[in-house]
Design a binder for this molecule. Structure first.
Ligand SMILES: Cc1ncc(COP(=O)(O)O)c(C=O)c1O
Length: 383
């Protein structure tokens, strides 16, 4: 054990006018969804992503569920999902009656492997979910090539990690028919629990608002297009409270500051570890030249599972909190139950057993980062 201060794995922080905005929302009396702060956040997100429209939701999970409803899934339909992702990327489609097919990842970006995707693609597939792990774009060239003759298959970018990252100059979240964002308090921009559905096809906008508003045309009513609103379709209560949108606006207004801080943490880790990586058998994140990361997290790949377990324990004893990511979905109880058929995802199994995430948040100091690097190197060399 150590007497040095603990280095937290994550810590959400107030970065700008969040408290003032929340106070204003509460004093205005409008704290339900679709209020003035939501309008400002949507305007900002639309301007940044070029989306046809965006809808603020209670979580990224809820946004994925909306994408599943918009896909009009039928019995027998399947959705291809990476095994290396959070449960929600698959669960949302399973709830709408689809079966999932788990795709392996490629070892560089840790996003879906286009070669495995090509093997899985059949007539039952309605959508492919892609994750930009850590906020670094997956192999979108390869994925789009595989799907080039299947315009009926939608790409859903689960962009929980990727807001403000770029691929070939284009914003992550602007490439698929749908993209989903997370504002959970572990993400770059937070409001406790929250998310957004990004609609890149204008044809989805009208129905999306009906699904969002408990299956009613409430939005069209407030826009003056209908003289009363009524039940039209399926849906739910997906909307984010305007009090949380106020919180989120305060965060997003500071996007340049927040992203610069996170970039600083990422680069200091990368520079500190690079000279040791080869000798220690550590692999650092790979950032392809055409990708601008969103700096969501920093991970290392350890040489093997046993070393990861030992090093995580030793870092914890030194007051440094690390974690692993993700437990493979194809091997999980739910994954086996809800997949159309078992698939092999050996890269996912291997990466998941060796990946370790280092402490990462906006206000991690250079001293903290250096302490993590030194302790990690010491733990791996045993000196
Ligand atoms: C890739 C991915 N998708 C979706 C989610 C779920 O996000 P939320 O908690 O906002 O529903 C997470 C959560 O960490 C995630 O990592």
């Amino acid at each position: 054990m150590t007497d040095k201060p603990e280095i937290l794995f994550n810590k959400a922080s107030v970065e700008g006018a969040e408290l003032e905005h929340i106070r204003a929302a509460l004093e205005s009396g409008h704290t339900s969804s679709s209020g003035p702060f939501s309008a400002r956040v949507n305007e900002l997100l639309r301007a940044e992503t070029g989306a046809a429209d965006t809808l603020l939701t209670t979580s990224c999970t809820a946004a994925l569920e909306m994408s599943a409803l918009l896909l009009n899934l039928q019995p027998g339909d399947t959705v291809i999902v990476p095994s290396f992702t959070f449960v929600s990327s698959a669960l949302a489609y399973v709830r709408e009656g689809a079966r999932v097919l788990f795709c392996d990842i490629e070892p560089e970006t840790l996003g879906p492997d286009p070669r495995h995707l090509a093997e899985l693609l059949d007539d039952s597939v309605r959508a492919v979910v892609v994750v930009h792990y850590a906020g670094i774009a997956c192999d979108l060239d390869g994925i789009r090539e595989v799907l080039k003759d299947r315009p009926d298959v939608a790409i859903v970018e689960d962009n929980a990690h990727g807001l403000f990252g770029r691929w070939r100059g284009r914003p992550l979240g602007s490439i698929g028919r749908f993209a989903t964002q997370s504002f959970h308090d572990t993400k770059n921009f937070v409001c406790g629990e929250g998310g957004a559905l990004v609609l890149n096809d204008p044809d989805d906008v009208q129905r999306a608002w009906v699904l969002y508003d408990k299956g009613t045309d409430r939005k069209a009513f407030f826009q003056g297009f209908v003289d009363k609103y009524s039940w039209r379709d399926t849906g739910s209560s997906f909307g984010m409270s305007d009090a949380l949108a106020a919180y989120l606006l305060g965060q997003l207004e500071q996007r340049d500051v927040i992203q610069a801080k996170r970039r600083g943490v990422f680069e200091r880790y990368a520079e500190g570890l690079a000279p040791h990586a080869e000798a220690l058998g550590l692999r650092l994140p790979v950032v392809p030249e055409h990708c601008e990361p969103a700096y969501h997290l920093f991970h290392v790949l350890m040489p093997d599972h046993e070393t990861r377990t030992r090093v995580m324990k030793e870092l914890k004893e030194e007051g440094i909190n690390t974690t692993f990511h993700y437990v493979p979905l194809h091997d999980s109880v739910g994954g086996r139950q809800f997949s159309a058929r078992p698939t092999e995802c050996p890269v996912t199994t291997d990466i998941s057993s060796r990946l370790m995430r280092l402490p990462f948040h906006n206000n991690l100091t250079a001293d903290d980062t250096d302490r993590v690097v030194e302790t990690l190197v010491r733990s791996m060399t045993g000196v």
